[in-house]
Design a protein around this ligand. Sequence first.
Ligand SMILES: [Zn+2]
Length: 234
Amino acid sequence: MGTNGQFGESLDGIIPFLLLCYMFTYWVKTPVWLKMVFPARLIWKVPADPKAPKVYVTFDDGPHPVATPIALQHLRDHGAKATFFCLGKNVEQHPNLYNELLQQGHRTGNHTYDHRNGWKVPDDEYFENIHHAQQSIKSDLFRPPYGRIRRSQARKLTGAGSNWKVVMWDVLSGDFDTTITPEQCLNNVIKYIRPGSIVIFHDSEKALPRMQYALPRVLAYCREKGWEAVVIPD
Ligand SMILES: [Zn+2]
Protein backbone atom coordinates (compact mmCIF):
# COMPACT_ATOMS: atom_id res chain seq x y z
CA MET A 1 0.00 0.00 0.00
CA GLY A 2 1.78 3.12 -1.15
CA THR A 3 0.14 5.35 1.43
CA ASN A 4 1.51 7.66 4.05
CA GLY A 5 1.38 6.99 7.76
CA GLN A 6 -1.58 9.27 8.28
CA PHE A 7 -3.81 7.28 5.99
CA GLY A 8 -2.54 4.09 7.56
CA GLU A 9 -3.46 5.29 11.03
CA SER A 10 -6.89 6.50 9.96
CA LEU A 11 -7.65 2.93 9.03
CA ASP A 12 -7.53 2.05 12.71
CA GLY A 13 -11.11 3.34 12.98
CA ILE A 14 -12.64 0.97 10.46
CA ILE A 15 -10.46 -2.01 11.13
CA PRO A 16 -12.17 -2.98 14.39
CA PHE A 17 -15.49 -2.96 12.55
CA LEU A 18 -14.21 -5.12 9.72
CA LEU A 19 -12.40 -7.40 12.08
CA LEU A 20 -15.54 -7.70 14.16
CA CYS A 21 -17.10 -9.50 11.20
CA TYR A 22 -14.06 -11.72 11.28
CA MET A 23 -14.84 -12.79 14.84
CA PHE A 24 -18.09 -14.39 13.78
CA THR A 25 -17.04 -16.08 10.60
CA TYR A 26 -13.99 -17.04 8.62
CA TRP A 27 -13.14 -16.68 4.99
CA VAL A 28 -11.82 -19.57 2.99
CA LYS A 29 -10.23 -17.07 0.60
CA THR A 30 -8.58 -14.18 2.41
CA PRO A 31 -10.33 -10.94 1.35
CA VAL A 32 -8.22 -8.21 -0.20
CA TRP A 33 -9.12 -5.59 2.43
CA LEU A 34 -7.80 -7.76 5.23
CA LYS A 35 -4.42 -7.88 3.51
CA MET A 36 -4.48 -4.13 2.95
CA VAL A 37 -5.00 -3.07 6.55
CA PHE A 38 -1.80 -4.74 7.65
CA PRO A 39 1.77 -3.71 6.93
CA ALA A 40 3.05 -4.93 3.60
CA ARG A 41 5.58 -7.14 5.33
CA LEU A 42 3.02 -9.70 6.36
CA ILE A 43 3.19 -12.63 3.96
CA TRP A 44 -0.15 -13.72 2.49
CA LYS A 45 1.06 -15.39 -0.68
CA VAL A 46 4.39 -16.10 -2.34
CA PRO A 47 4.96 -14.55 -5.79
CA ALA A 48 4.36 -17.34 -8.31
CA ASP A 49 7.03 -18.41 -10.78
CA PRO A 50 5.16 -19.59 -13.92
CA LYS A 51 8.10 -21.79 -14.91
CA ALA A 52 8.21 -23.57 -11.56
CA PRO A 53 4.78 -23.28 -9.92
CA LYS A 54 4.75 -23.96 -6.20
CA VAL A 55 2.24 -24.13 -3.38
CA TYR A 56 2.85 -23.72 0.34
CA VAL A 57 1.00 -26.14 2.59
CA THR A 58 1.10 -25.17 6.25
CA PHE A 59 -0.12 -26.74 9.49
CA ASP A 60 -1.00 -24.96 12.73
CA ASP A 61 -1.33 -26.01 16.38
CA GLY A 62 0.85 -29.17 16.50
CA PRO A 63 2.78 -31.20 16.99
CA HIS A 64 0.11 -33.73 17.94
CA PRO A 65 0.86 -37.42 18.61
CA VAL A 66 -1.87 -38.69 16.26
CA ALA A 67 -2.48 -35.94 13.71
CA THR A 68 1.14 -35.00 12.97
CA PRO A 69 2.32 -38.51 11.97
CA ILE A 70 -0.72 -38.80 9.68
CA ALA A 71 0.11 -35.49 8.02
CA LEU A 72 3.75 -36.56 7.68
CA GLN A 73 2.75 -39.83 6.02
CA HIS A 74 0.60 -38.05 3.42
CA LEU A 75 3.36 -35.54 2.73
CA ARG A 76 5.87 -38.38 2.26
CA ASP A 77 3.50 -40.26 -0.04
CA HIS A 78 3.30 -37.23 -2.32
CA GLY A 79 6.90 -36.06 -2.08
CA ALA A 80 5.65 -32.82 -0.52
CA LYS A 81 7.23 -30.51 2.05
CA ALA A 82 5.27 -28.29 4.42
CA THR A 83 5.67 -25.67 7.12
CA PHE A 84 4.43 -26.46 10.63
CA PHE A 85 3.53 -23.56 12.91
CA CYS A 86 3.93 -25.20 16.30
CA LEU A 87 2.83 -24.31 19.81
CA GLY A 88 5.75 -24.15 22.25
CA LYS A 89 3.88 -26.21 24.84
CA ASN A 90 3.24 -28.99 22.30
CA VAL A 91 6.88 -29.03 21.22
CA GLU A 92 7.87 -29.42 24.88
CA GLN A 93 5.51 -32.38 25.19
CA HIS A 94 6.51 -34.02 21.90
CA PRO A 95 10.12 -33.08 21.20
CA ASN A 96 10.74 -36.21 19.10
CA LEU A 97 7.85 -35.36 16.81
CA TYR A 98 9.21 -31.85 16.41
CA ASN A 99 12.64 -33.23 15.48
CA GLU A 100 11.03 -35.58 13.00
CA LEU A 101 9.46 -32.62 11.20
CA LEU A 102 12.88 -31.12 10.69
CA GLN A 103 14.55 -34.42 9.82
CA GLN A 104 12.01 -35.01 7.08
CA GLY A 105 12.84 -31.69 5.47
CA HIS A 106 9.85 -29.69 6.64
CA ARG A 107 10.11 -26.22 8.12
CA THR A 108 8.78 -25.06 11.47
CA GLY A 109 7.42 -21.77 12.70
CA ASN A 110 6.31 -20.20 15.97
CA HIS A 111 2.57 -20.10 16.80
CA THR A 112 3.07 -18.75 20.37
CA TYR A 113 3.58 -20.92 23.44
CA ASP A 114 -0.06 -21.64 24.22
CA HIS A 115 -2.19 -20.19 21.43
CA ARG A 116 -2.55 -16.58 22.57
CA ASN A 117 -5.02 -14.29 20.88
CA GLY A 118 -3.19 -11.08 19.97
CA TRP A 119 -6.35 -9.03 20.38
CA LYS A 120 -6.93 -10.16 23.94
CA VAL A 121 -3.53 -9.88 25.59
CA PRO A 122 -1.33 -6.82 26.13
CA ASP A 123 1.52 -6.54 23.64
CA ASP A 124 4.21 -7.22 26.27
CA GLU A 125 2.55 -10.44 27.31
CA TYR A 126 2.11 -11.43 23.67
CA PHE A 127 5.79 -10.97 22.83
CA GLU A 128 6.82 -12.75 26.03
CA ASN A 129 4.68 -15.72 25.00
CA ILE A 130 6.29 -15.80 21.56
CA HIS A 131 9.77 -15.68 23.09
CA HIS A 132 8.83 -18.46 25.49
CA ALA A 133 7.91 -20.63 22.48
CA GLN A 134 11.14 -19.62 20.79
CA GLN A 135 13.10 -21.56 23.40
CA SER A 136 11.98 -24.79 21.78
CA ILE A 137 11.08 -23.59 18.25
CA LYS A 138 14.12 -22.29 16.41
CA SER A 139 12.53 -20.34 13.60
CA ASP A 140 12.13 -16.81 12.31
CA LEU A 141 8.64 -17.57 11.01
CA PHE A 142 5.61 -16.59 13.06
CA ARG A 143 1.90 -17.08 12.53
CA PRO A 144 -0.58 -15.42 14.91
CA PRO A 145 -3.14 -17.80 16.46
CA TYR A 146 -6.65 -17.21 15.00
CA GLY A 147 -4.93 -14.90 12.49
CA ARG A 148 -5.60 -12.20 15.07
CA ILE A 149 -2.80 -9.75 15.53
CA ARG A 150 -2.91 -6.05 16.33
CA ARG A 151 -1.25 -3.71 13.88
CA SER A 152 1.05 -2.56 16.70
CA GLN A 153 2.12 -6.17 17.23
CA ALA A 154 2.63 -6.80 13.52
CA ARG A 155 4.65 -3.59 13.24
CA LYS A 156 6.90 -4.54 16.13
CA LEU A 157 7.49 -8.07 14.83
CA THR A 158 8.32 -6.98 11.31
CA GLY A 159 9.85 -3.58 12.02
CA ALA A 160 13.45 -2.43 11.98
CA GLY A 161 15.75 -4.55 14.10
CA SER A 162 13.34 -7.46 14.13
CA ASN A 163 13.85 -10.58 12.06
CA TRP A 164 10.41 -12.13 12.18
CA LYS A 165 8.53 -13.03 9.06
CA VAL A 166 4.82 -13.07 9.84
CA VAL A 167 3.19 -15.68 7.63
CA MET A 168 -0.56 -15.32 7.11
CA TRP A 169 -2.39 -17.28 4.41
CA ASP A 170 -4.27 -17.22 1.17
CA VAL A 171 -6.54 -20.26 1.51
CA LEU A 172 -8.08 -21.56 4.74
CA SER A 173 -9.16 -25.19 4.47
CA GLY A 174 -11.65 -24.86 7.34
CA ASP A 175 -10.54 -28.27 8.62
CA PHE A 176 -11.08 -26.98 12.20
CA ASP A 177 -14.77 -26.38 11.43
CA THR A 178 -16.71 -29.36 12.77
CA THR A 179 -19.86 -28.23 10.93
CA ILE A 180 -18.44 -28.93 7.47
CA THR A 181 -17.86 -32.31 5.84
CA PRO A 182 -14.45 -33.59 4.75
CA GLU A 183 -15.60 -33.09 1.12
CA GLN A 184 -16.47 -29.44 1.79
CA CYS A 185 -13.06 -28.94 3.36
CA LEU A 186 -11.42 -30.39 0.25
CA ASN A 187 -13.55 -28.22 -2.02
CA ASN A 188 -12.61 -25.10 -0.03
CA VAL A 189 -9.00 -25.67 -0.98
CA ILE A 190 -9.45 -26.92 -4.55
CA LYS A 191 -11.63 -23.92 -5.39
CA TYR A 192 -9.04 -21.31 -4.46
CA ILE A 193 -5.58 -22.86 -4.50
CA ARG A 194 -3.24 -21.38 -7.13
CA PRO A 195 0.52 -21.30 -7.62
CA GLY A 196 1.92 -19.18 -4.78
CA SER A 197 -0.96 -19.98 -2.41
CA ILE A 198 -0.32 -20.46 1.28
CA VAL A 199 -2.87 -23.02 2.52
CA ILE A 200 -3.71 -23.72 6.17
CA PHE A 201 -4.46 -27.10 7.67
CA HIS A 202 -4.23 -28.09 11.32
CA ASP A 203 -2.42 -31.05 12.87
CA SER A 204 -4.87 -31.21 15.75
CA GLU A 205 -7.40 -33.69 17.04
CA LYS A 206 -10.32 -31.42 16.16
CA ALA A 207 -9.28 -30.99 12.52
CA LEU A 208 -8.21 -34.58 11.94
CA PRO A 209 -11.36 -36.02 10.26
CA ARG A 210 -11.29 -33.27 7.62
CA MET A 211 -7.52 -32.83 7.37
CA GLN A 212 -6.78 -36.49 6.76
CA TYR A 213 -9.40 -36.62 4.01
CA ALA A 214 -8.55 -33.35 2.26
CA LEU A 215 -4.76 -33.29 2.56
CA PRO A 216 -3.86 -36.30 0.36
CA ARG A 217 -6.41 -35.19 -2.24
CA VAL A 218 -5.09 -31.65 -2.30
CA LEU A 219 -1.54 -32.96 -2.67
CA ALA A 220 -2.62 -35.28 -5.50
CA TYR A 221 -4.43 -32.38 -7.21
CA CYS A 222 -1.32 -30.20 -7.01
CA ARG A 223 0.88 -32.97 -8.41
CA GLU A 224 -1.52 -33.42 -11.29
CA LYS A 225 -1.29 -29.69 -12.00
CA GLY A 226 2.50 -29.79 -11.80
CA TRP A 227 2.58 -27.57 -8.70
CA GLU A 228 5.29 -28.53 -6.24
CA ALA A 229 4.45 -28.36 -2.52
CA VAL A 230 7.43 -26.81 -0.71
CA VAL A 231 8.26 -25.04 2.55
CA ILE A 232 7.83 -21.27 3.01
CA PRO A 233 11.01 -19.81 1.49
CA ASP A 234 13.48 -17.44 3.18
ZN1 LIG B 1 -3.74 -21.97 15.77
